[in-house]
Design a protein around this ligand. Sequence first.
Ligand SMILES: Cc1ncc(COP(=O)(O)O)c(C=O)c1O
Length: 480
Amino acid sequence: MAAAASYSLQASSSIASTQPQLNLQFVSNGSKSLSFSSQLQYFSLKSCHARDWNLRRVNAVARTDMSSDAIEVDITLSPRVNSVKPSKTVAITDQATALAQAGVPVIRLAAGEPDFDTPAVIAQAGINAIHEGYTRYTPNAGTLELRTAICHKLKEENGLSYTPDQILVSNGAKQSILQAVLAVCSPGDEVLIPAPFWVSYPEMARLADANPVILPTQISENFLLDPKLLESKLTEKSRLLILCSPSNPTGSVYPHKLLEQIAEIVARHPRLLVLSDEIYEHIIYAPATHTSFASLPGMWDRTLTVNGFSKAFAMTGWRLGYLAGPKHFVAACGKIQSQFTSGASSISQKAGVAALGLGYAGGEAVSTMVKAFRERRDFLVNSFGELEGVKISEPQGAFYLFLDFSSYYGSKVEGFGVISGSESLCRYLLDKAQVALVPGDAFGDDSCIRISYAESLTTLQEAFERIKKALVSLKPTVPV
Ligand SMILES: Cc1ncc(COP(=O)(O)O)c(C=O)c1O
């Protein structure tokens, strides 16, 4: 349980203008704040419940004037939004950024974002697009040029045959996944998600009024799904299995053989579809190899393959991802997108074509980045491997290390309190070591914390030293 935070309310008002101005600020332990600045003449705070990490709920009723027939504004939010948790990775990244901007020398290892610049050839294609006036709406599904290039990539690199009308380009893979979940799930359907999972999957299921069914995995099994567990959890409500390989947050890569076993189970359940999130496909460390789930016998018809440009091509800000699948499903996702965002940025799509033009698996530009990620992984695995009480499953891909620190839970730190789980350990490491990490509970496994090694080796060396020093005051509480 997180310790309760104390909040104070500071209010000031300004009546210099014809519309009185009311400024409200909530300050938590002097570090976090939430502000309202309002031109409302009456503002009443109904209740405020807060914990250390976030202000959970503020119910307020606002009136447009103070006369007796004032109209109350109902600020109730939809049950759908209330059922969804905000992304902890985004929250911690924002918190660490704010600390860094305030001059605190925080090392930020929370974000899932490559530290490299977008390769110059790709960036130039975007610049050219602007100069050439390629700045108008594109078709909703994406330009034919990009969709054709994606089909070529899927054929060459993944052994998958698609036509451009079976591809939907979106503003990032995140949108591709959400649209797929919304398109195929009915209320009450079950979405099967192996844990540790990418933070957004369960919340996306909830947004679709479906129920996430979490399938735990073990660090001793490299966080890979046990097919028997999957089989035991399937019901007539099971609609979607989400697989992510290489995985965020564990870096695990599903071996071909294991995917075949999973495919055999999936094949026995006609209602079950698979969403295969392959966004880290190119960030993989030999001898591990990537298998596209749709390439397995009988799986093409029921697999929605998601991929994108953010990770391998260091293009997070360009917001470009895509979905490939049977036309029926892709068209349904396209229908949602047409009423939602329309097509992705024309400029980014030109850049995406250039990215796919770099050659097999992104050519040298990508392999140079993967080489650097591998060197960092090796450094962290070796270093943490020598620390008392830390369990590791060596990642085979992506740029995350998911370390089991649970042997430190229960430790008491003077002036801080008890390290009760991943969240308090991350808070402790942020306070004491000034290293921002993400607690494993955000990914469905409280025993671990996630380190993103999308940072230079020098920074990682410094971060490791700081963490090691901070851990000295915590003794592993259980023998390991
Ligand atoms: C597993 C996984 N899937 C999808 C995404 C979404 O990527 P984007 O929307 O940037 O393409 C991310 C980003 O963090 C991710 O880690």
